[in-house]
Design a protein around this ligand. Structure first.
Ligand SMILES: [Zn+2]
Length: 369
């Protein structure tokens, strides 16, 4: 793709960089946490205006407290620590609505056309003892507004945090079910998978599934493929958050293939949590070529200081995917979306055309294999 430099130099063309091509590409993000998507400027402003007690209100001094920086060790628990301070910022309704609105706006500016944004009502509610219902309504309203202002479709996923215990998880599940006709499309299990197995939450996920919610479970990230197995067989997961360590066990790999379980892969996050030792060692390409239903996502754009465009650059430059493979992965995102079949088909058709993949993806998949 080339553009004319200006009208006075009709024969002058400039080279378009890979980043620009990928930035312009329509995108799908199925795994993005609201709590990991806060703009640093917003953090500083909200904290200052609402008197949130912080060591500093300067953006650069705040940065290492809420974002992975060069001096940080690449470690799962260290990564999770960043969210503890972030919870102090949900100080009022305006703050919750603002971060939800901006999370969608930022995705739209990165040309994300379909976003599943997940949030933990309990995390948003805890600083000021808000009710889970009210914070959920604020997020829904803000996201609805952002969808009217930007060209983007958003589904909301409610996250249960393993660390908050079973009683909170029960309330969160009820909230997710209660608001399923107002934009909540799925239920997620997040938090510390090392210390808290998924099994105790199984009944909640069965109930959510019976009520029509999509099920996604963080697994096979800090822990091995046994957690992926647990998520599929005990929690009835439709998709796995990360799940990259599936590749370590051929039985679990076969299970994922047989049931067409989509993996929500987030490469930069995997590097920063120490799941992979380098981006070049990331198993995304191997998983794709083995036929696993992989999708490519951000996880926590602000904590990881990344965008979906950055992740696409990583996929091509460091992981070694071809452009056609990347485009197929974007379509696989839509195919795994928690959307009604008709809406999914409509979006898939639109994206297929926009990505220049006019032949059906099934045919193309075989051809490239
Ligand atoms: Zn996540």
């Amino acid at each position: 793709m080339m553009h004319k430099a200006n009208s006075e130099q009709p024969n002058q063309f400039r080279t378009v960089s890979l980043r620009e091509v990928l930035q312009a590409m329509p995108k799908v993000d199925l795994h993005r946490h609201l709590e990991g998507s806060l703009r640093l400027e917003t953090l500083a402003e909200v904290a200052y205006e609402h008197g949130v007690d912080l060591p500093s209100y300067d953006i650069e001094e705040l940065r290492p407290l809420v974002q992975m920086v060069e001096s940080d060790p690449y470690d799962f628990h260290h990564f999770l620590e960043k969210f503890k301070l972030l919870r102090r910022f949900y100080s009022c309704r305006e703050a919750v609505e603002r971060v939800a609105y901006e999370a969608v706006a930022d995705a739209a500016k990165d040309n994300v056309q379909y976003l599943e944004l997940r949030f933990s009502p309990a995390s948003l509610a805890m600083a000021q003892d808000f009710s889970l219902d009210e914070v959920t309504e604020w997020v829904i309203q803000a996201v609805h507004r952002a969808q009217q202002d930007y060209q983007i479709t958003v589904g909301l996923i409610v996250s249960i945090l393993r660390d908050f215990g079973h009683e909170v998880a029960e309330h969160v599940t009820e909230v997710a079910i209660a608001y399923r006709r107002q934009g909540i499309v799925g239920l997620d299990l997040a938090g510390d998978e090392v210390r808290y197995p998924g099994k105790p939450f199984a009944k909640l996920f069965h109930r959510a599934k019976a009520e029509g919610l999509g099920i996604t479970v963080h697994a096979g990230e800090a822990m091995g493929p046994e957690r992926v197995h647990e998520a599929i067989t005990l929690l009835e997961a439709d998709r796995i958050g990360h799940g990259v360590r599936t590749i370590e066990n051929s039985d679990v790999l076969q299970l994922v293939l047989k049931r067409d379980i989509a993996l929500e892969v987030c490469p930069t996050s995997n590097l920063q949590t120490g799941v992979v030792s380098s981006l070049g060692m990331h198993p995304l390409r191997d998983l794709y070529r083995l036929g696993v239903h992989v999708t490519l996502n951000t996880d926590d754009p602000s904590v990881s200081n990344t965008t979906l465009t950055d992740e696409y650059v990583v996929a091509i430059q460091h992981i070694g995917l071809t452009m056609i493979e990347l485009k197929n992965i974007i379509l696989k995102g839509i195919q795994a979306a928690f959307l009604p079949a008709r809406e999914k088909a409509r979006l898939e058709k639109r994206l297929t055309r926009a990505l220049g993949l006019e032949t059906p993806s099934r045919f193309r998949w075989r051809f490239w294999e």
